[in-house]
Design a binder for this molecule. Structure first.
Ligand code: FES
Ligand SMILES: [Fe+2]
Length: 418
């Protein structure tokens, strides 16, 4: 249980807040590369501030939405090869935020223009998405986690959810919910609907769980009844990637669950999935598909007959900002406690002028994170179950993804038989 002040400190993301200061140490995906190819400016809200993201011939830029002249929106600006020009009176800003031209005053003094800079960040593309950094200089490296650079079929489901990002992160270190929400509750829903319960998600009884802090967050381990400590779920586990992601997968599916804090009460929740089963024949030019998954039906009720829909029900029904002043934490919430501790330690680190956890300063080609190869001890039917019973069921390429896994499974069997 937290006091109201502690809960505010952990959850508020705006400028000037302690957690806002922590979160301004990281890069965030804010758009798909294809969107800026279709139209070169996009309005972006991130950490309770509004921005204009744009694409020039040379790369990407991001500036504060409000024009320093008289406050019109830079989202309605003109993209030029070296910057963005406000649509209202034509003041132009480069990607570093410098005011480089005032249309009506070609001979404006450099000194005056210097005082007219607009706040800016940095932006770059990786893995089919445009990422931005809006914190203080020097910017850290954009971490090249394996998901964003590996070969495979890319599939990104996304939706805006009306809740604070932290309650979603707490769910990442809450293994028992898999047994209850995706097991018993799923079975109840399937039974009511008269539909079959997916085999991969029933009967996952936890014997014990463990959480280990590491340089990118917290590794979560589970031992299910019938497993040994040599099984991947315990021996390898998978991580909460600090401060706004979870890396999960197995059986040829690799998924980064990304929760971008838009503001205190809205989170852009993405399931960034790469399908790369062993033995698959995947074309090099596989497109990166993005789509909105559905989580609420025409009556305004949660859609709870798929895995992530069940999670979203739990995240959103906890309230816009979960009220942690009236909760009852217990022993089995040990992961949630570890998660809050890491966030609080990061607040302290930033107050001391140090980097919080998982800020990457070293240039690198790829960062590989631990991940079970075999999930819940299941085979390739796990991947099919996940596509059929997860947010990927809304993907326009769902059938293609299932075929990739089936064909790869057949190819592996054929190899084993020869
Ligand atoms: S308000 Fe942007 S140039 Fe005037
Ligand atoms: Fe879940």
């Amino acid at each position: 249980m937290l006091t109201q002040e502690q809960n505010d400190e952990l959850t508020r993301v705006g400028p000037g807040t302690p957690m806002g200061a922590v979160l301004r140490h990281y890069w965030y995906p804010v758009a798909f590369v294809r969107e800026l190819e279709e139209f070169p400016v996009k309005k972006v809200r991130l950490l309770a501030e509004n921005w204009a993201l744009f694409k020039t011939a040379d790369g990407y830029g991001i500036v504060h939405e409000r024009c320093p002249h008289r406050g019109a929106s830079m989202v309605y600006g003109i993209v030029e090869p070296d910057g963005l020009r406000c649509g209202y009176h034509g003041w132009k800003f480069d990607t570093g935020g410098n005011c480089v031209d005032i249309l009506a005053e070609p001979d404006s003094s450099p000194k005056f223009r210097e005082s007219c800079a607009i706040r800016s960040g940095q932006a770059q593309a990786l893995g089919g998405m445009v990422w931005v950094y809006i914190g203080v200089d020097p910017a850290p490296q954009l971490p090249r986690y394996e998901a964003y650079v590996m070969d495979g079929v890319r599939d990104i489901g996304h939706s805006m959810l009306p809740c604070n990002w932290l309650q979603i992160m707490e769910n990442s270190v809450d293994p028992y919910h898999v047994e209850a929400l995706h097991g018993n509750y799923f079975e109840f829903v399937a039974d009511q609907q008269g539909t079959p319960m997916p085999g991969s998600f029933g009967g996952n009884k936890h014997e014990k769980v463990a959480f280990d802090a590491f340089e990118h967050g917290i590794i979560k381990r589970r031992l299910l009844v019938g497993q040994s400590e040599e099984d991947d779920d315990w021996k390898i586990g998978h991580p909460l990637v600090f401060p706004y992601k979870m890396w999960v997968g197995g059986n040829g599916v690799y998924q980064m669950q990304i929760r971008v804090p838009i503001d205190d009460t809205n989170t852009w929740a993405l399931f960034y999935t790469v399908h790369a089963p062993e033995g698959a024949d995947i074309p090099d030019d596989s497109p990166c598909i993005d789509y909105e998954y559905q989580w609420i039906d025409e009556n305004g009720e949660f859609i709870v007959d798929y895995i992530e829909g069940q999670d979203i029900m739990a995240w959103v029904t906890q309230g816009e900002i979960a009220d942690r002043t009236s909760e009852k934490l217990t022993k089995s919430d040990v992961g949630v406690v570890a998660c809050r501790r890491m966030f609080r330690d990061s607040i302290d680190a930033v107050k001391d002028g140090r980097d919080p956890v998982a800020v990457v300063r070293e240039p690198h080609d790829v960062i590989k994170l631990p991940l079970e190869r075999s999930k819940f001890g299941r085979g390739s039917e796990f991947a099919i179950d996940w596509i059929d019973n997860g947010s990927m069921r809304f993907s326009p390429q769902a059938e293609y993804m299932k075929k990739i896994h089936r064909d790869a499974g057949a190819a592996r069997q054929a190899m084993a038989g020869t």
